[in-house]
Design a protein around this ligand. Structure first.
Ligand code: CIZ
Length: 308
């Protein structure tokens, strides 16, 4: 017998299926979303996978279960499609740590530097940057800047320092933004978790601090973590990123075990999207994400460079 909560889920799932067909919609879901939202995805992934999927999807409407900057990317790359974000206020605290004015001031201070912006940034910030990157391709993107010795890296300072440790021939100038979820975990928590789960491999996201990354067997974005776990002979993993990823890891690797080292690995914005909100988005065609054309075109240049 189903619990009342499960029955409600079933009702929303039926409604979403019906509305999705009516609207010719595709549901894209980020790896950090709630388990029940992941389970209704047409396509799951990190922001790079989902940006590509949004371009390739044969649909009129993209429902983006993620946060604002991700839906903006889908809209920038797909001006002909309607992009809906089920929760209007689902933002990114790291992205909010930089403004266009402050970036312009930094560019004036370092006029010879290239500007690399992490995807966790607004469309207006992308428009002011030379090239965009994700946590998966940040090292590759910085290495590709053959004509530059200095790189202003925004907004995540931890990711900038991780890239610097891998690309020592460039001078990275980090913006001191951070993801409040990834900086909460302490070295003690990781060591304690390693002690508790002897033999487990530790996979960590580069938004964590460098002393945490130094303890990891694999450092990468969620896409890399999924690849690493799939290919590793190890059967136990300590997961150093937002807890939502564990649902997908378990589903794809039922014979392996996953442990979160910290209760703090929860992004409050990623958890705002529920099945009810997805059904509401499809029913009311809200909230539509559109980027002003002058910003869209410039932001697209920095995204296209990354995708190339
Ligand atoms: O690239 C992304 O989507 C982010 C922000 C995190 C990750 O590693 O999936």
């Amino acid at each position: 017998m189903h619990s009342p909560g499960e029955d409600l889920h079933e009702d929303y799932i039926e409604k979403i299926k019906r509305l999705k067909a009516q609207r010719n919609a595709v549901i894209l879901v980020h790896n950090y979303q709630l388990p029940e939202v992941q389970d209704i995805a047409d396509i799951m992934g990190d922001s790079l996978d989902l940006s590509r999927a949004a371009i390739e999807a044969d649909c009129s409407v993209v429902v983006f279960c993620g946060v604002q900057f991700m839906a903006e990317i889908a809209s920038i790359l797909n001006p002909g499609k309607i992009v809906l974000l089920p929760v209007e206020e689902a933002g990114c605290r790291a992205a909010d740590m930089i403004t266009v004015e402050r970036l312009k001031a930094m560019k004036a201070q370092f006029p010879d530097a290239a500007v690399v912006c992490y995807v966790n940034s607004s469309a207006a910030i992308k428009a002011e940057s030379d090239i965009c990157c994700t946590s998966r391709n940040a090292i590759e993107v910085v290495r590709s800047l053959k004509d530059y010795e200095r790189v202003i890296f925004i907004p995540d300072g931890n990711l900038a320092r991780w890239v610097q440790s891998r690309v020592p021939d460039k001078e990275m100038i980090p913006w001191e933004g951070f993801c409040p979820t990834h900086v909460m975990v302490s070295k003690e928590e990781i060591l304690c978790s390693k002690q508790q789960h002897q033999g487990a491999e530790f996979i960590a996201h580069p938004e964590c601090e460098l002393d945490i990354l130094a303890l990891a067997d694999c450092v990468g974005g969620t896409g890399e973590m999924l690849d690493y776990v799939r290919n590793s002979p190890c059967r136990k993993f300590i997961v150093g990123t937002e807890m939502g990823l564990t649902h997908r890891l378990k589903k794809e690797n039922p014979d392996k075990s996953f442990y979160s080292p910290s209760k703090s690995f929860v992004c409050p914005d990623m958890k705002l999207t529920t099945l009810e909100k997805v059904a509401h988005a499809l029913e009311t065609m809200t909230y539509r994400i559109e980027v002003p054309e002058n910003i869209r075109q410039r932001a697209k240049v920095s995204l296209d460079r990354m995708l190339r």
